[in-house]
Design a protein around this ligand. Structure first.
Ligand code: GDP
Length: 434
């Protein structure tokens, strides 16, 4: 999935465009209590094509210290990891010196840059072009982020060069694709080494320049897997080492490219905001999940109790996942962890037949009918499968727009139970017959 990074001075409409570019995705994910959402990273989708969007808030390339500097530093990291940059300017206010500074920075980025003129609704195309041509970034693409004009065309132009990559991605299919994610120092590389250690690494392609997460095929217990790297792992002698700092973009890329996420936590530390953030990304993605609470060898009974309570409180939205208490360093609990990975993969890919789904639906309806909403009484008639990883259950009926979120969750749990889907979330879609 290509990474599109939005750059521009404040108030040009970056967040509005960000929302436009990412809103197509899963309006179904109900708001989960306790989940903080990062508004600067999102996944967008056109048909089957997905892309990652990063909004660099208030990028100021000349800021030297303080919060502006920190924001600039994060923007620099995003620019370095971008596949394509969208430089947003404001058609209403015209070209400003700040725009020129940013343009100068972007010309040196070594990435394709598209100049996007926002707030261009009702403006003469030629006029827009004349003003911004001076930036030397090619023909400006006019859009109206607020109204949505030109956004679809923009996405098509931006994504056109990436079509081939995706075909290649879809081709490689060697068992579950597993991403090991977590904040720095929780033990990801150690876990990778525990997994790969004695096992044969079938082939290890290490393209030197790619900014994408790399894939490492390996075998374990006679089964093939592909590991999706997040940490910029590099082989050093017999072991892998993380050579790069934590990258949100790489983490999101890996989550999008995998079937099953292994989220690594550090038992010696309380669950941090960063842990919760990463967990939130996993939840949004709909990927299957197994949680590895690592360094279990290093903590006493008191600490073990405490971290369990802390996880229960802060990551309560990961209830569908199985938790394993492991030591990557001493390779304890790794076999059981991988069994759960297999189970989660099987659950995420399960075939759910229409008769069984419909029967499960009827059992749930008999137990508890959806509540009446004013004069509306939702009628749920039958269900069929609409997708995998996560499994999507499409329910047909009438007045389904009046089914409350709590009842949707009741249905999700019901289907998960009925099909014993351990380790994957499940999503419900409604099709109302009119
Ligand atoms: P990463 O940044 O998530 O890849 O973390 P590393 O794999 O580099 O591990 C960070 C540190 O934690 C290193 O010093 C490891 O030796 C240590 N570590 C990793 N796993 C374990 C474990 O299971 N037990 C203990 N005691 N230490 C661990």
């Amino acid at each position: 999935n290509p990474t599109i990074v939005l750059v521009g001075r404040p108030n040009v409409g970056k967040s509005t465009l960000f929302n436009r570019l990412t809103k197509t995705r899963d309006a179904l994910v109900a708001d989960q209590p306790g989940l903080t959402r990062d508004r600067h990273y999102g996944i967008g989708r056109v048909g089957e094509r997905k892309y990652l969007v990063v909004d660099t808030a208030g990028f100021d390339p000349v800021a030297k210290d303080g919060i502006l500097h920190e924001m600039a530093r994060q923007a620099e990291q995003a620019i370095a990891e971008a596949d394509v940059l969208l430089f947003l300017v404001d058609g209403r206010s015209g070209l400003t010196p700040h725009d020129e500074q940013i343009a100068a920075r972007l010309r040196r980025a070594g990435r394709p840059v598209h100049l996007v003129v926002n707030k261009a609704e009702g403006m003469e195309r030629a006029l827009v072009a004349a003003d911004f041509h001076a930036l030397g970034l090619g023909d400006p693409l006019p859009v109206s982020a607020a109204h949505g004009d030109g956004v679809r065309q923009l996405v098509d132009i931006v994504l056109a060069p990436f079509a081939q990559d995706e075909e290649a991605e879809a081709e490689a299919d060697a068992g579950p694709r597993v991403a090991i994610v977590g904040r720095p120092n929780v033990g990801k590389s150690t876990l990778v080494n525990a997994l790969l250690g004695e096992e044969r690494v079938i082939a290890f392609d290490m393209p030197g320049t790619t900014r994408d997460a790399i894939a490492i095929p390996f075998e374990r217990g006679g089964r093939p897997y592909t590991l999706i790297d997040t940490a910029g792992l590099r082989r050093r002698g017999k072991v892998f080492e993380a050579i790069e700092k934590f990258s949100v973009i790489k983490t999101l890329q890996a989550i999008e490219q995998c079937n099953v996420v292994v989220l690594v936590l550090d038992a010696a530390q309380d669950v941090s905001e960063q842990d919760a953030h990463i967990a939130g990304f996993v939840l949004d993605s709909g990927r299957a999940l197994v949680v590895a609470v690592n360094k279990w060898d290093d903590v006493d009974d008191y600490r073990r109790e405490r971290i369990k309570v802390d996880i229960g409180r802060k990551l309560n939205f990961l209830g569908f996942a199985r938790f394993h208490y492991v030591s990557a360093l001493k390779t304890q609990g790794i076999g059981a962890l991988m069994k759960s990975v297999d189970a989660a993969y099987a659950a995420a890919m399960a075939n759910l037949s229409t008769p069984r789904l419909t029967r499960a639906l009827q059992v749930m309806l008999a137990k508890q009918a959806p509540p009446r909403h004013g004069i509306f009484r939702p009628k749920l008639r039958y269900a069929h499968q609409g997708g995998s990883n996560p499994p999507v259950v499409v329910i047909h009926g009438t007045a389904l727009e009046h089914v409350p979120a709590s009842y949707v969750r009741f249905l999700e749990h019901g289907f998960i139970e009925a099909f014993k889907l351990q380790g994957t979330p499940l999503r419900i879609q409604f099709r109302t017959a009119h």
